[in-house]
Design a protein around this ligand. Structure first.
Ligand SMILES: [Mg+2]
Length: 224
């Protein structure tokens, strides 16, 4: 059995980082006396999971159309800066789930659109390197410029499948359409988790083999 898991969504919760950057960027673009309607965290994250564009988030938070454009650009520049990575949290139960995979003797791979320099700090912060042998860490090189997530993930999958022995009992676990598309393109069974940056409606649209709440439930399902 081989289990390929995405990193952000199944294992890491980025909602605090993104919420911090949202507030920071609003603060940077607002006028000194401008009153904003800053979303509570739960509402902000529900908007992110529903793929509401950044500009609209800015406008609904009280920015003008022009400010919202600057806000979007600032947000995109800040969201993945190394200095904000310590805001990321481990999804509850995911470490126990990784331990369960490990003790089942299954092969465990991580496949992520983080760059190496973004993956390693998280591995260190939460002692996650122990779950993934160095040659089972599929991520992007530090100089990679992202255009299309689904395409980038599918390319990572091509690389992995060219380097690994075929295993008909392979499962992919991920939280976005990029994971589902990459798996389905290669006829790999795929589970969508709701602990990441997409809501059920978005995930259902791409028809994974199963949808569960989180990595723990996915692992329970696969190992049964
Ligand atoms: Mg993800």
């Amino acid at each position: 059995m081989r289990i390929i898991t995405d990193f952000d969504g199944p294992i890491m919760d980025l909602s605090d980082r993104y919420y911090h950057v949202y507030q920071l960027c609003l603060e940077k673009v607002k006028l000194p006396n401008q009153i904003l309607n800053i979303f509570p965290k739960a509402k902000f994250w529900a908007y992110k999971q529903a793929l509401i564009p950044e500009r609209q988030l800015g406008i609904e938070s009280g920015l003008t159309v022009e400010q919202a454009e600057v806000f979007k650009q600032l947000r995109d520049r800040h969201a993945h800066q190394i200095q904000y990575l310590p805001f990321d949290l481990v999804v509850p139960g995911s470490i126990a789930a990784l331990e369960k995979i490990q003790s089942s003797g299954s092969e465990l791979l991580v496949m992520t659109l983080r760059r190496t320099c973004e993956l390693e700090p998280a591995f260190k912060q939460y002692d996650l390197a122990r779950f993934f042998l160095p040659h089972y860490r599929y991520c992007l090189p530090n100089d990679y410029i992202k255009h299309d997530d689904a395409q980038a993930k599918t390319q990572l999958m091509v690389k992995a499948l060219s380097e690994l022995k075929p295993d008909p009992n392979t499962w992919m676990i991920g939280d976005t359409e990029a994971d589902i598309i990459a798996a389905k393109t290669h006829h790999i069974k795929v589970i969508g988790v709701l602990s990441g940056i997409r809501d059920r409606d978005r995930i259902e649209h791409y028809q994974p083999d199963k949808i569960v709440s989180n990595l723990a439930e996915a692992v329970e399902f696969i190992l049964e």
